[in-house]
Write a protein that binds this ligand. Structure first.
Ligand SMILES: NC(=O)c1ccc[n+]([C@@H]2O[C@H](COP(=O)([O-])OP(=O)(O)OC[C@H]3O[C@@H](n4cnc5c(N)ncnc54)[C@H](OP(=O)(O)O)[C@@H]3O)[C@@H](O)[C@H]2O)c1
Length: 206
């Protein structure tokens, strides 16, 4: 599988690239700046290219830009993305004096992106901390993925399940990205309160 990571120069995208590369998959890191992409890709040992070039020939595109740039990046890349499946890992958050809260009252970022791009969209990995991905051994946690279209959800679940020691769990339709994105706010508050780096583990599954 060839996986393009848009914003793969960032904290999350970079360790995701390292981990996927270690799984033996083909990875290309994308950036707005092709030289930055190439520089970081050379360190990681993968390909690097400008975002619009990185998506060419990809089987799955992971949109890993800063969340407040996710919509504009999806709009800019929509023509070159065509029908390529997309995995959105973004969470829209608002930072208040009382803590972190979900940024959106209605649709999730992933649902907005689904309306922008032509191809199928899944959402997931929001609860998987970059710091956990960076550990030498996969962490004992589950990851949640949702989506309406199996062309995006199935490869996303397959990939997600190889990133953790727990399971990749199908969390239903794309509208549930509202809950997955909101869960990031919950986790960030938990992290702050308990000085921790929390992940998710669901119990009661067969
Ligand atoms: N960090 C985590 O632990 C974690 C965990 C799960 C999910 N996520 C999600 O992963 C995504 C990336 O998080 P991050 O912590 O890696 O973010 P980040 O390091 O702040 O940014 C990631 C990349 O976004 C690109 N970017 C920044 N501003 C942009 C703009 N205006 N337009 C287009 N691209 C822009 C940059 O790439 P270039 O400048 O090279 O283009 C940057 O390297 C977020 O949606 C986040 O919610 C993060």
């Amino acid at each position: 599988m060839r996986i393009a990571i848009i914003g793969g120069t960032g904290s999350f995208g970079r360790v995701l690239a390292e981990r996927i590369q270690a799984l033996g998959e083909e990875v290309v890191i994308g950036s707005r700046d092709s030289s930055r992409a190439k520089e970081i890709a050379a360190v990681v040992g993968v390909e690097g290219a400008a975002n619009y070039q990185a998506v060419e020939g990809a089987d799955l595109v992971v949109l890993a830009v800063r969340s407040n740039a996710a919509l504009e990046t999806a709009r800019a890349l929509a023509p070159v993305l065509g029908t390529t499946p997309l995995l959105c890992v973004a969470s829209d958050l608002t930072f208040t004096d009382n803590g972190v809260v979900p940024g959106r009252q209605t649709y999730s970022l992933a649902e907005h992106i689904d309306r922008i791009v032509e191809g199928p969209v899944a959402a997931g990995l929001q609860s998987l901390a970059a710091a956990h991905l960076a550990q030498t051994e996969p962490t004992e946690e589950d990851v949640l993925v949702c989506g309406d279209d199996p062309r995006a959800k199935e490869p996303s679940l397959e990939l997600a399940g190889r990133l953790v020691r727990g399971r990749a769990i199908d969390a239903g339709p794309l509208a549930n990205a509202r809950a997955l994105e909101g869960m990031t706010a919950v986790i960030l508050n938990v992290n702050r309160r308990y000085k921790a780096q929390a992940g998710i583990h669901l119990v009661g599954l067969p």
